[in-house]
Design a protein around this ligand. Structure first.
Ligand code: GLN
Length: 505
């Protein structure tokens, strides 16, 4: 066994916990020490809940010692994106407007983590209200990419991805409205899964765009993602869009995939999600991965989804429209920050204006203005209504594509991690980063990103797999097969090839 508990996958750590040669207290403390050592440089965490985590760990160790039947991941620590509410642990969604807010309840997925005995290490940094692709829109400073501290870790869930990539946590929770689990996974060399819409409860997620938001796993291996997905997924009566059916068997699919036999599987390469605008190294790794999958017996065909070229446009109308409505509740009266006007009467309206003026950052304001405009009488049909029609066309493209192929694939992001500041003054350039991830959110289909090599610049590249609604198991079968084959050729996980993380002990 490696003597550094932070280097183990969640599955391997769980195995040690079961045999009893490692305690959850030791595993949790090792990760808290790692956070203390490196998070000054990475800044993946907004809040570290060490006492809370160790209390859970002690409880799990006691229950195990008493011979209780425990969840397979019991005792394995986890980090949670700060957009997910946690009872007694501050939750800001990366915004000044929620500074100091301590939620009085747990999100359903957090309840499930706690019930299964996963110590919660803390809350991870993110773009404010999950709006962004770099964490540069966080009100609390950037998170650095552990591969190169001068570069972005992706966004909005850059904190969760960086925490896992820097071995500060074996597992993390992310949320994905347009790619915020998958794109950070791609640029940090980690695994990220956006489940089928409705597959993981949204109860207790601070909503960005309710018809697009999904929480999901952020991990270093495909099997770990399957284990975490099975734990947090499944029906929740408190979320009216939650699917009232059992999840497919994800861990089984991952184990089956790792055996490396993909005969009979048809893989569709989406013409519109590759080529022009994609970095050469990204396209080269993608082509190589297709060959690997063919070598495992899969049939690779080309499929066209002609309306995908309108996905970004539709997303940037639907998402801000929903966000403008969801964010209306931050009024200075109920949660977090309250700012009174500097002079003049203290009326409700003036407190709201002062609070929202100071509490929201520029990107959030930009999107509230965009959304309010798109929904306003006279423009509704031209903008929001048209975007919804495009959404239907994109869903039909998916239906047609999945009639030909079992899964669809593409690069996850068009480029590797960019430098801080490179896209900050150009919102459209920032938005373009999500060109390959957004169609899945518009259609509700599940998607995975897993690392498939390094680009010419030595930075990690992600491979995206998409499956039909409620067929999340296919992601795990194909993902685990590709992961195993690639690691065979690399001689180990991609993260081992990180330039010793600039942040080693
Ligand atoms: N980067 C995208 C955006 O800014 C996606 C965000 C997300 O998935 N939360 O909207």
């Amino acid at each position: 066994m490696t003597d550094d508990l932070t280097r183990l996958s969640a599955a391997d750590l769980a195995a040690h916990l079961v045999t009893g040669d490692v305690s959850s207290v030791d595993a949790t403390q090792a990760h808290l020490d790692r956070v203390a050592d490196v998070d000054g440089a990475v800044h993946a965490f907004l809040h570290v809940s060490g006492e809370d985590a160790l209390a859970t760990a002690r409880d799990v160790d006691a229950r195990r010692a008493a011979g209780e039947d425990l969840h397979p991941l019991a005792g394995v620590p986890i980090a949670v994106k700060d957009v997910v509410v946690t009872k007694g642990i501050p939750t800001t969604a990366g915004s000044k407007i929620l500074e100091g807010w301590v939620p009085p309840y747990d999100a359903t997925l957090v309840e499930r983590l706690r019930a299964a005995g996963l110590p919660i290490l803390g809350k991870t940094n993110m773009d404010e209200f999950a709006m962004g692709s770099s964490t540069e829109h966080s009100a609390y400073g950037n998170t650095s990419n552990p591969w190169d501290l001068g570069r972005i870790p992706g966004g909005s869930g850059g904190g969760s991805a960086a925490a896992v990539a820097a071995y500060e946590a074996p597992l993390a929770i992310g949320t994905d409205t347009g790619g915020s689990i998958r794109q950070p996974g791609a640029v940090t060399g980690t695994v990220g899964v956006k489940p089928t819409y409705g597959g993981v409860s949204r109860y207790g997620l601070i909503a960005m765009a309710s018809s697009l938001d999904q929480a999901g796993p952020v991990t270093r291996t495909v099997l770990d993602a399957a284990l975490l997905h099975e734990l947090i997924g499944g029906h929740d009566p408190r979320d009216s869009t939650s699917i009232n059916e059992p999840l497919p068997l994800l861990v089984d699919a991952a184990r089956q995939g790792a055996a490396g036999d993909l005969r009979g599987l048809r893989i569709g390469v989406v013409t519109e999600l590759n080529g022009e605008g994609y970095q050469a190294g990204v396209s080269a790794r993608f082509a190589e991965s297709l060959e690997v999958l063919q070598g495992l017996g899969a049939e690779v065909i080309e499929v066209s989804c002609p309306h995908f070229r309108y996905a970004l446009g539709a997303y940037y109308l639907i998402m801000p429209s929903e966000a403008s409505s969801n964010l209306a509740k931050f009024d200075g009266m109920r949660f977090g920050l309250r700012v009174e006007p500097e002079d003049g009467p203290v009326t409700a309206e003036r407190v709201m204006a002062a609070t929202r003026g100071q509490g929201f950052g520029d990107e959030v304001k930009r999107r509230i203005i965009l959304g309010t405009y798109a929904l306003s009488a006279g423009y509704y049909d031209a903008y929001y209504g048209s975007a919804q029609k495009v959404r239907t066309l994109i869903q039909r493209d998916f239906d047609a594509a999945f009639a030909q192929a079992d899964v669809l694939v593409s690069p996850t992001a068009p480029t590797t991690a960019f430098r801080f500041g490179e896209k900050l003054d150009d919102p459209l350039a920032m938005y373009l980063n999500d060109v390959a991830t957004i169609p899945a959110n518009l259609a509700g289909v599940p998607g995975m990103s897993l690392p498939n090599g390094l680009s010419d610049d030595g930075l990690p590249v992600g491979f995206q797999i998409l499956a039909p609604v409620k067929a999340d198991d296919r992601l795990y079968r194909v993902g685990a097969a590709l992961e195993a084959a690639l690691e065979n050729t690399w001689g180990g996980p991609l993260l081992d090839r990180a330039p010793e993380l600039e942040v080693s002990r």
